[in-house]
Design a protein around this ligand. Structure first.
Ligand code: BGC
Length: 498
């Protein structure tokens, strides 16, 4: 009954009454203290790429130098212009009634050359104003230190492939803790190392190194070292002003394509490569890389006549430093893939895919989004959460991203349908399977620059009109759905005709 009254009040406030059908409290409710929020990332929303002392990032350089690599040759120079419009963003968050907002800080906006000898005070002022505005509105800031926009000056030194990056990341983290600690009490060091190491150093994302099976492993190694060092810094010096430090990893569910033993083993190996690569060193009982990953890459490197494994080794001290270095696991989950064992010969050219040994596909009949890779498969979410529970002794998990892209348009019932399916899968994982998930974050608050896909894929609860001078944001039907979810903590019953 209380639920009903609260939601009725919300509808009156925002005038959504005609859009939703109400139900009394039901079994589709999350625990009372469950967090609901939304996420964004600096390069994707801020714009102001060279304003007020900001340095150049690898995504600035890449989109300017290689527009051919980006859909429609777009870039993030202006995008949703949140650098100037952040108050409008907070107004939307208030309208949604979310408990938290996950956003990222642009490293080169704080340290233009990547190094801490020069701090850009305008950059500090910008994030301080955003954080203060969130706090004034009782919205908890959850801040990611690194969401892919490396200072170009550090890339010129080799970026994440140069071991010295770990020290520089530590210096950057110290600046953030000093400036924002106390106000920001939950931090995520790094977003999706799999994506930017594999995509950026093994593929076509910035910086476009295209050296799979080699530089992506160097990147991953240094990411893990850097993360471990920042966690250690937090434990040593900042326990008074900061409560939690975690890392965000992406995990698509990887289902065996058939029931054959070979495909089942291939799928488990793929999970270890795609997720265990970063999760095992931090969250497993033993630390270090997953044994199967170590074994396969060592053996294949040997066959390819490398004098040593392409996957670097941690020192004993590094294993200890990284092991257990997170208070929570931030999980980004969007979709599911099928894995078939690759029976072909191992090629002499190194690659992550060859090392992993599986062929990745998706079922044609799975419902589509507007991103080629993102198919709607809610059961994969529950399976991912349970796999994590079993593999790592049920760690605390915050879902830091989940969402669906569609084309332009305010009536996004397909997005609501996606949310309905994935939230039900999550609810089952929490209430029936006892997975220790304590929060859910939708990607994204609003449409934004979708990396190499430019502005062609829209994930927002709010639509952004990029051609309007003030980048007008308009609530989609899904924003109204999310308001009800965030305020009642129950999965709304939605009238799909809207
Ligand atoms: C990334 C976001 C991205 C989203 C949708 C995640 O992998 O963290 O930056 O926009 O997926 O592709």
């Amino acid at each position: 009954m209380t639920c009903k009254i609260i939601t009725y009040a919300i509808f009156l406030t925002f005038g959504y009454a005609s859009a939703v059908t109400y139900q009394p409290p039901n079994s589709l409710c999350f625990p009372k203290n469950f967090f609901f929020g939304v996420a964004t990332a600096a390069y994707q929303i801020e714009g102001a790429w060279n304003a007020s002392g900001k340095g150049e990032s690898i995504w600035d350089r890449y989109t300017h130098a290689r527009p051919d690599r980006i859909f429609d040759h777009h870039n993030g120079d202006v995008t949703a212009d949140s650098y100037h419009l952040f108050e409008e963003d907070v107004r939307m968050l208030v309208e949604l009634g979310v408990q938290h907002y996950r956003f990222s800080i642009s490293w080169p906006r704080i340290l233009p050359n990547g190094l801490s000898n020069e701090i850009n005070e305008d950059g500090i002022r910008y994030y301080m104003a955003l954080i203060d505005e969130l706090k004034r509105n009782d919205i908890l800031p959850i801040v990611t230190m690194y969401h892919w926009d490396l200072p170009q000056a550090l890339q010129d030194l080799g970026g994440w492939t140069n071991p010295i990056i770990a020290e520089y990341f530590l210096d950057y983290a110290r600046v953030l803790f000093d400036k924002f600690g106390g106000k920001v009490r939950t931090w995520i060091t790094i977003n999706e190392p799999l994506s930017f190491c594999h995509g950026g150093y093994g593929g076509l994302d910035a910086p476009g190194a295209e050296s799979s099976g080699f530089e992506d492993y160097l990147c991953g190694h240094n990411v893990l070292r850097a993360h471990g060092m920042v966690y250690q810094l937090f434990r040593d010096k900042y326990m008074d002003s900061i409560d939690y430090v975690g890392i965000t990893l992406d995990f698509s569910w990887l289902e065996p394509a058939t029931t054959s033993n070979a495909d089942q083993m291939a799928a488990e190996t793929a999970r270890q490569f795609y997720f265990g690569w970063f999760a095992h060193p931090i969250f497993s009982k033993t630390g270090d890389y997953p044994p199967i990953m170590r074994k396969r890459i060592d053996a294949i490197s040997k066959l390819q006549h490398f004098p040593r494994s392409r996957l670097p080794y941690f020192t004993r001290e590094e294993i200890m430093l990284i092991h257990g270095s997170a208070d929570f696991l931030g999980l980004n989950h969007y979709t599911t893939y099928l894995i078939t064992k690759n029976r072909g010969n191992i090629s002499s050219t190194p690659s992550f895919k060859a090392d992993m040994g599986g062929i990745v596909s998706q079922k044609k009949e799975w419902p589509k989004s507007n991103s080629t890779w993102l198919k709607v498969v809610p059961w994969g979410f529950r399976k991912s959460l349970n796999w994590i529970r079993l593999a790592y002794d049920n760690p605390k998990v915050m879902v830091t991203e989940n969402g669906m892209s569609l084309e332009k348009g305010l009536k996004d019932s397909r997005r609501i349908n996606y949310l309905d399916g994935y939230l039900k899968a999550l609810l089952m994982a929490v209430t029936k399977d006892n997975c220790r998930v304590y929060g859910y974050t939708y990607w994204s608050l609003m449409d934004n620059f979708e990396w190499t896909r430019g502005f062609s894929e829209r994930f927002g609860l709010y639509e952004v009109d990029y051609v309007s001078p003030n980048k007008t944001r308009i609530a989609r039907s899904s924003a109204r759905y999310f308001t009800q979810l965030a305020q009642t903590r129950c999965i709304p019953t939605w009238n799909y005709t809207v």
